[in-house]
Design a protein around this ligand. Structure first.
Ligand code: UD1
Length: 364
């Protein structure tokens, strides 16, 4: 029996682990998967609804670490996770993505000589001001099996001196979840609830510290949204970090005097899938949404200076525009003036990545 501890912590982890756990459970004659939730995200809207929508089994263990500074949050996960590994003695720890929980679990497992498999290895923005870039670099330096979503990720790892036999190109597991849930998302009532019509609205998401933690930057982005919503209804589910900054900076009026700027709480997976897959344009600073829009051929503007997912630009529908308000307005208008750039779905974003991931772990 291969005993495997799978780790999740924050919202973007849940859609990556769902198909992996499902595939491991299918092999229950030879695999015993456990699920540990660090509790980095804990709100109903940021965590519980994803377990329900994605039919992820309840976590076997919840570390309940909650929000804190980077050092404190990472340290809390490490202290608790060490005890989990002592108690359960797994053969493998599987971590996904690039959040603080990913890094913390990897550090602990590596020092306890438990093998680590990293799903979504090798992505690089080359911007160390992003906390996620630090998390990616350290996780990949320590992991024993590096499971990459695209060929550029493998090239990054080789350039950093990672041994080629540790690297497996398995494709994008988040797209497994996307394809699996497209049908189920059709019955979501979110368009009617928000009063928008298919193809005739845009969607905005934003939570990066580089966009929301600085008053002037956030204010500039809101100016751009004000202009865009005059042209097309704009739905904006607000992340808790962004909500906190709106209150701190006194921007509470946002959305109140602009009838076409529709603010909501964060949405569940199925509601958000129904929403963005029916939208005309997506503006985002999320990593995952850059990939999901590429997979479905929806035009996407990324409000960052760079992306760790360049394949969404070279092959997909993504366009990196930065966070200058005039550039955002200009690019949004240009995107609305023309049909979406015809992208193609990248290699091995085919709905079967989880199968290759679990095969790779079993045969490593
Ligand atoms: C984290 C990840 C980021 C990911 C994002 C997705 C790190 C370094 N960052 O950023 O990579 O893109 O999740 O959402 O791991 N909060 C709540 N409820 C929650 C969780 C958070 O209200 O359930 C609030 C708290 O005020 C907290 C703030 O959001 O301080 C930030 O949460 P945190 O987990 O530190 O980082 P995110 O910005 O969510």
């Amino acid at each position: 029996m291969l005993k495997i501890v799978n780790v999740v912590g924050a919202r973007p982890n849940f859609m990556k682990v769902a198909p992996v756990i499902e595939e491991m459970r299918r092999r229950s004659d030879r695999m015993l998967p456990l699920l540990v939730h660090t509790g980095q995200h804990y709100d109903e809207a940021m965590s519980d609804t994803f377990f329900e929508d994605l039919e992820i089994p309840r976590p076997d263990i919840n570390l309940g670490v909650g929000s804190a500074s980077h050092a404190v949050q990472t340290a809390r996960v490490m202290i608790e996770f060490e005890q989990v590994l002592e108690r359960h003695g797994p053969d493998w720890v599987v971590v996904v993505g690039d959040v603080n929980s990913t890094l913390a679990a990897t550090l602990v497992a590596s020092k306890m000589a438990v093998r680590v498999a990293h799903v979504e290895a090798g992505l690089r923005s080359r911007d160390r001001r992003m906390p996620e870039e630090i998390n990616r670099l350290v996780t990949d330096a320590l992991a024993d099996l590096l499971l990459t979503p695209s060929r550029d990720a493998g090239e990054n790892l080789l350039r950093e001196g990672i041994a080629p036999e540790k690297i497996r190109f398995v494709g994008n597991v988040m797209i497994d979840t996307l394809y699996r849930n497209l049908d189920r998302a059709r019955s979501s009532p979110i368009l009617e609830r928000l009063g928008v019509e298919p193809g005739r609205f845009a969607v905005m998401t934003m939570h990066r510290p580089s966009n929301v933690d600085d008053r002037a930057t956030l204010s500039g982005i809101f100016d751009a949204l004000e202009t865009i919503q005059r042209r097309i209804p704009l739905v904006f589910p607000v992340h808790p970090r962004t909500r906190a900054r709106i209150e701190e900076f006194g921007f509470n009026g946002i959305g109140k005097s602009q009838p076409n700027l529709i603010l909501t709480d964060p949405l569940s997976y199925l509601d958000f899938l129904k929403l963005f897959s029916n939208s005309r344009l997506v503006l985002t600073d999320s990593g995952g949404i850059q990939e999901e829009t590429t997979a479905l051929g929806i035009a996407c503007l990324t409000l960052r200076e760079n992306t760790e997912r360049p394949i969404t630009v070279t092959e997909g529908t993504n366009h990196v525009v930065g966070n200058d308000p005039q550039a955002i307005e200009r690019e949004a208008m240009a995107a609305l003036d023309q049909p979406a750039k015809p992208g193609r779905v990248p290699e091995l974003w085919d709905g079967h990545a989880a199968l290759r991931i679990v095969d790779a772990i079993e045969s490593a």
